[in-house]
Write a new protein. Structure first.
Ligand code: TEU
Ligand code: CA
Length: 546
């Protein structure tokens, strides 16, 4: 059992959350797509790992244009994943394992197949018309030059009514109009319905984009954003002791303090991306590959740790379903895969905030470099491929970017064992399994004390054991050191010292003098740690003293 008393206020400060991408986790019926019954069959695995909650990527009814981030019925389950009974069973069974279900709320947009939109596009005076964002215009002359996130114009022409609708993502994801109080009321009722079903938290998809003002070219951080969030929270989340996390690409520390204000007026915590975007140069796209500025990475983490201390709450993550795998991205997924995967875990789990583990991260799953363009499924990837070819990029260049940054790197099936298709399905998987599954899988790791899995399990348990993980302050050590990420946290006489060699060569330990015999080694990624002067490739150590 997770060991967290969830009746306590702010229980999520001590929690570790595990993200499941349902279509890639476990398939129970051989149709090649993961489903709710599949998740149900893996609750023992998750309880053994020790996590406290599952963030479930969307399972509601959806045409699956963006793998469920395009919802056509917020109060039903997509048949591909099961039905409402399965969902209720999952909520109840997970609870017995000490695991809360955190649903993914996609509130910025719906599917164009949602009944609201089907009505809205019938006529300008349809009662649902104002549920979406429309502008008059002429075919071929867009209201303005705004671009959609997955390529093309953000405006789509509907000839029947002579208007354009606004979509920040794909054409099949029309933006909801939050300025309309009826839309907000519908959303609150829907959320309360899920709370009544026993859901214990919500992740809010692109929540910083709901208060858009296309006439002013505003997408993120619109003027009414925090007004909407406070109302949303008051009408729904504040009824129950939930965990709520807002995905906010555009949040800085000042905004994060609003989102996660300790008084609880908006959300529990913010999920922001400043650290993870550092290998993208200003004004460029993520596909334009750039090296990671390591000193900047340390500065960014340190700033968030310091600024939010006592004033807000952050999420801690390296991975999710939109990001490439961290061992492949900033670590070494060959010779030092195990060492570097553990280093990332130790570095992150010593920080203040709520850690998120994305499925397979606890095994050190890697990017998939064997994919040809035909193997990809993600709408963002496929659209970008077409656009860049048209712009004259070489196929080779594009494939290099995809192997490094495609969202499908995170979406290959979970690797359970060495049997066909990694034990994910008995059928044909909707997306191919990473060919390295015979080596990297659950069965190989779950009973091995030296595995990446074991390292994650230990780190999760430590967060429950020592208060310094939750409440300790933060000081970055050796900020100018080009190889080592090291910091110390202190709370009530407890001290936590973390030292990580971020690179694949041996380096001097810049804080060797801080390690003395009074310090207990809580966690590390090499079995023998007697020499405190030298750090081996990707060596990471976590020390504690009281
Ligand atoms: O992601 C928000 C988002 O901005 C991403 O699409 C991001 O731009 C992209 O992944 C970077 O490459 C959320 C969901 O997490 C994502 O899966 C959805 O596609 C998107 O919203 C639309 O709902
Ligand atoms: Ca299935």
């Amino acid at each position: 059992m997770s060991g967290i008393d969830k009746s306590k206020e702010k229980w999520w400060k001590r929690a570790v959350i595990y993200q499941i991408y349902p279509r890639s986790f476990c398939d129970s019926n051989g149709d090649g797509i993961g489903d709710l019954k599949g998740i149900l069959s893996k609750l023992d695995y998750l309880e053994n790992l020790g996590i406290d909650a599952i963030w479930l990527s969307p399972v509601c009814k959806s045409p699956q244009d963006d793998n469920g981030y395009d919802i056509s019925d917020y109060q039903d389950i997509d048949p591909m994943f099961g039905n409402l009974d399965d969902m209720e069973r999952l909520i109840a069974e997970a609870k017995k394992h000490g695991i809360s279900i955190v649903m993914d709320l996609v509130l910025n947009h719906s599917s164009d197949e949602h009944p609201w939109f089907l009505e809205a596009k019938k006529s300008k005076d349809n009662p649902y018309h104002d549920y979406y964002v429309w502008r008059d215009g002429k075919e071929g002359i867009y209201p303005n030059d705004m671009r959609a996130c997955f390529g093309g114009s953000a405006w789509e022409w509907v000839p029947e009514i002579g208007q354009y609708y606004f979509h920040q993502f794909s054409v099949k994801q029309p933006d909801l109009n939050w300025d309309n109080p009826k839309v907000r009321r519908e959303i609150y009722d829907m959320i309360n319905w899920w709370i009544d079903k026993g859901v214990e938290g919500f992740r809010l998809d692109v929540i910083d984009q709901i208060a858009k003002e296309p006439d002013n070219h505003i997408t993120g951080n619109g003027p009414r954003l925090h007004e909407f969030l406070r109302e949303l929270s008051k009408e729904t989340f504040q009824r129950a002791n939930l965990v709520t996390v807002g995905e906010a690409w555009g949040a800085d520390t000042e905004r994060a303090k609003l989102y996660s204000d300790p008084a609880g007026s908006e959300l529990s915590m913010v999920f922001q991306f400043e650290h993870i975007c550092l290998d993208q140069l200003p004004g460029q796209e993520k596909w334009d590959l750039a090296p990671l500025p390591f000193l900047k990475l340390k500065e960014v983490f340190a700033r968030w740790q310091k600024e939010l201390y006592g004033k807000g709450w952050n999420s801690l993550f390296w991975n999710n379903h939109d990001l490439p795998r961290i061992v492949s991205r900033w670590g070494n997924d060959q010779k030092y895969r195990v060492e570097s995967a553990k280093m990332f875990a130790i570095l992150l789990h010593g920080l203040q905030g709520t850690p998120y583990i994305y499925q397979g991260e606890e095994l050190g799953m890697t990017n998939v470099t064997s994919f040809e363009i035909e193997d990809y499924r993600d709408i963002e990837t496929l659209n970008m491929y077409r656009e860049r070819l048209e712009k004259g990029y070489s196929k080779e260049d594009i494939m290099t970017s995809l192997h490094k940054k495609s969202r499908d790197n995170a979406r290959t099936p979970m690797q359970w064992d060495a049997s066909d298709n990694a034990g994910f399905t008995t059928g044909t998987p909707w997306i191919q399994v990473n060919p390295n599954y015979k080596e990297i899988n659950v069965v190989n790791q779950v009973n091995d004390e030296d595995s990446i899995f074991a390292c994650y399990k230990k780190l999760i348990a430590l967060r429950k054991e020592y208060d310094v993980f939750v409440d300790g302050d933060f000081e970055l050590l050796a900020p100018e050191n080009e190889k080592v990420f090291t910091y110390v946290r202190t709370y009530n006489g407890e001290q936590l010292l973390v030292i990580c060699n971020f690179y694949g060569d041996t380096t001097e330990n810049p804080v060797a003098e801080k390690v003395d015999s009074t310090m207990k080694l809580l966690c590390s990624n090499y079995s023998e740690c007697s020499d405190s002067q030298i750090l081996r490739p990707y060596e990471a150590r976590m020390y504690f003293k009281k």
